[in-house]
Design a protein around this ligand. Sequence first.
Ligand SMILES: Cc1ncc(COP(=O)(O)O)c(C=O)c1O
Length: 453
Amino acid sequence: MITHTESESNASAARAAWAARHPDPATRALLGRDAEAFVHQSLSSPCLSTIARAEGIWIEDTAGRRYMDFHGNSVHHLGYGHPRVVAAIKAQLDALSFSPRRFTNEVAVELAEALGRLAPGDLGKVLFTTGGSDANEVALRLARAATGRFKTVSFWDAFHGAGFGAASVGGEATFRSHVAGPLLAGAEHVAPFNCYRCAYGHPGPEACGLPCAGMVAYVLEREGDVAAVIAEPMRAVPVVPPPGYWQAVRAACNRHGALLILDEIPTGLGKTGRMFAFEHDGVVPDIVTLGKALGGGILPIAAVVARRDLDVAGDFAIGHYTHEKNPVTARAALETLAVIREEGLVARAEELGRHALAVLAERLAGLPIVGEIRGRGLMFGVEIVAARETRAPDPAAAERILYRCLEAGLSFKVSAGNVLTLSPPLVIARPDLDRALAIVAACVAEEAAAGGG
Ligand SMILES: Cc1ncc(COP(=O)(O)O)c(C=O)c1O
């Protein structure tokens, strides 16, 4: 539940208090062995808690405490251990368990064809990797091959993965330290869209004239030789792009010969109430990357889906991964796509997301510590602020709310220091969603009453 966007809160008093209230020996022993066995890094080991079982929307720790998981690293669109995906994987293990490179197989081809049909426009040529970071690196190489250029434009504060290329286009401090550098040359960054708090201080997207999109266009023009703009269509913080943003960026890319790569690794496959988050914005990228939930929340698989005419690097290795056509991960992905389609999960995310935003708006209205409540589909968040007028972030209050919610059986992450980021599985039952929203509302109200902000 603690991820790359919240390193600052790792060792806080709220966390220490939470740990102290759970002194069961089994948990402590496993946390201790974990800390001893793994190389330490920010936001990973040492860990916050342990997990022994997971099913549907629930995770259970080694002491038997159960939490609804509203984080799930964005892999759990289908919840944990979806029976259809588990059965499909087991059957595939018996049928064909691996495919060495230069041999293709029915399942991998079927998955590539399925993704080509799913993606709009000319997006139809596919390459698989094991993780999202690698998928973005393949996309960047393809953009270099297709344009003969190497520069990129991406957002500060973005995350695109831990590899050197992915970290170069990412904008999070923890991946851009002296430990990582020097990163790729030509990786230019601009401020991300965030119209309500944008540096220009405009009141909202209608009035602002989209200076955030203008920044991208400006850099594309001044550099003159940018290969690609790479970004998340909706930021996982979560921040929804202002209307017209992506259309303006798409037009600027077209004007300046840059490709548009949209990283849908957490947002894709229905999370935001559309199969691809970019569909909300009426644009089609030149390359889209998918990952996380593609493996059904069980196996690691990611994909690059590119415009058919970008298949121009046939003489070079651009993403030569051992598990590139693994039939077992491909089977998990195929079954995941089938479940999303047959259970109507995209429409469900849209409907439940609207409901959740309405409930939160009603329950939290007027609380002085609540800033914006925002999101799309089942990726939504509540900003915790010191005072509504100033919108100054209050990370300490956000963290206290997180630990109160954990006590009440709800896990999520805090993003950007002060945003309660709620991302439930698409299969969640409405009463469970309502129960989780009630926990959030009660814990935020408790913090407000205790004088947070
Ligand atoms: C937007 C985005 N891109 C890429 C990645 C990297 O994916 P992976 O951890 O599978 O390499 C992530 C992971 O959090 C992500 O959120």
